[in-house]
Design a protein around this ligand. Structure first.
Ligand code: ADP
Ligand code: ADP
Length: 233
């Protein structure tokens, strides 16, 4: 469960304060696919990045499985981040590394696994996302959908319980988008994975999300089961 209690965020730019997120409350149960939708600048990315503390909140508390993330010291934060995976619009793969090495990266950084364990785990992950035959290729040799599947395999390497998706299908064509969403749906069920996804496309919300929060100007203006929130289009 991810819980926001009166969480807010302001950025200081020059002498000015920009409010990216007004005080907000949010509860995302384990195993849900939770969508964040809204126009550019609404605060979606800020909200998402507060969950894994890529951004520090200006106030309020964020609890993940009852742990106050906002109070974690550096070491605790490193361990906590292994419980979260993240995927991105432009995939953020390392172009000089092979597919297998990209997927192995979080395991190597964790420093807790033997080379043999990493090899087995990477092979398993690549098989799961349908890329076993591409392990030794470089990102530039892959299609957009394949790149995002590498991103997903990498994000799942440390067996996280939460996957954060920042516009993960926005750079993909409709057919590839459908395939990636299908994969996310399957992983959600197989792993009881909580997925928080940002999109600006209503269709993405309708296809995969259980619940949705609609954001505007730093506020959650509506929140609930998708069928209720979008009952009146
Ligand atoms: P969205 O993801 O919905 O497009 P963001 O969370 O990226 O929205 O941005 C929300 C607001 O915060 C915007 O006004 C944006 O310009 C501002 N903002 C985001 N990141 C920063 C930053 N690092 N420094 C200053 N302002 C920022
Ligand atoms: P290094 O560059 O550190 O010597 P390698 O190039 O042998 O390591 O591999 C990097 C990591 O990716 C290793 O942990 C390895 O287990 C894994 N790996 C490399 N190639 C494959 C592959 N084809 N299938 C599965 N795992 C692989």
């Amino acid at each position: 469960m991810i819980e926001f209690e009166r969480v807010h965020k302001t950025y200081k730019v020059g002498g000015r304060e920009i409010t990216a997120l007004e005080p907000c409350d949010l509860q995302i149960p384990q195993g849900q696919i939770f969508g964040l939708i809204g126009h550019s600048g609404a605060g979606k990315s800020t909200l998402l990045r507060l969950i894994n503390r890529l951004e520090e909140p200006s106030g309020g508390r964020i609890l993940v499985d009852g742990i106050d993330v906002t109070a974690l010291p550096a070491k605790g934060l490193r361990q906590f981040r292994q419980k979260l995976g993240m995927i991105f619009q432009h995939f953020n793969l390392l172009s000089s590394k092979t597919v297998a090495d990209n997927v192995a990266m979080p395991l190597k950084l964790a420093g807790e696994h033997t080379a043999a364990e990493i090899r087995t785990r990477v092979a398993m992950l690549l098989a799961r996302v349908g890329l076993s035959d591409h392990a030794d290729k470089y990102p530039a040799q892959l299609s957009g959908g394949q790149k995002q599947r590498v991103g997903i395999a990498r994000a799942l390497a440390t067996s996280p319980k939460i996957l954060l998706c920042d516009e993960a299908t926005s750079a993909l064509d409709p057919q590839t988008t459908a395939q990636v969403l299908q994969l996310l749906n399957e992983l959600n069920r197989e792993l009881n994975l909580t997925i928080v996804l940002i999109t600006h496309e209503m269709d993405v919300i309708r296809r995969v999300c259980d619940q949705v929060a609609v954001m505007d100007a730093g506020q959650i203006v509506e929140q609930g089961p998708v069928a209720e929130v979008f009952l009146h289009p």
